[in-house]
Ligand binder design. Structure first.
Ligand code: FE2
Length: 180
């Protein structure tokens, strides 16, 4: 289940209802899939063949289509990151820049963990959303954020897109942002 950490105060928000209420207020979509639907061997596998990626998409086909129908996504894929990913550190450096997109950024975590750092309302400031398998999040368009891995440095996630070109980031220069 996702947990929130507010960077300015170090306050943590836990429990599904509290997390959902907080994210609703920040206009961040938060939903949940049953990650246990995935075959056991895929729940702890972070280097995936194309067949295994297709298996993940077919396991969650109903959930993906439901989300896509409600929110207009037209394409989806599976991304897997771990220490086995070539140039992982360089990739993370690229990810760990505050940026925006012209469409919302959706991730459904199917294995491992990850963290979104999001610029909230003025009274809240930046907050972290720590995600685990089953968590589904959508960061609204034009909302500054970035994504990175947690200590275990392993994640598999389904990404959904409206634009068929996929992930396009626009840097967001923010002198008030402090890495923590
Ligand atoms: Fe992004």
């Amino acid at each position: 289940m996702a947990e929130i950490r507010i960077r300015n105060t170090n306050e943590r928000i836990t429990g599904e209802q509290n997390v959902k209420a907080f994210l609703d207020k920040q206009e961040v979509l938060y939903e949940h899939w049953n990650a246990a639907k995935l075959p056991a061997e895929l729940q702890e596998k972070f280097v995936l063949t194309d067949d295994e990626k297709a298996q993940i998409l077919s396991t969650f086909d109903a959930e993906i289509r439901d989300l896509a129908n409600r929110r207009g996504y037209r394409t989806w894929d599976v991304i897997a990151l771990s220490d086995a990913t070539p140039n992982l550190d360089e990739l993370l450096k690229k990810f760990e820049q505050v940026h925006t997109h012209t469409e919302d950024e959706v991730r459904a975590i199917t294995a491992g963990k990850g963290i979104f750092i999001i610029k909230g309302s003025d009274d809240v400031g930046y907050f972290d959303v720590e995600l685990e398998a089953g968590d589904v999040i959508s960061v609204p368009e034009n909302k500054p954020h970035f994504f990175t891995l947690m200590e275990n440095r392993q994640i598999v996630a389904v990404r959904l897109f409206i634009e068929t070109e996929g992930w396009i980031a626009h840097p967001f220069e923010d002198p008030t942002f402090q890495k923590a």
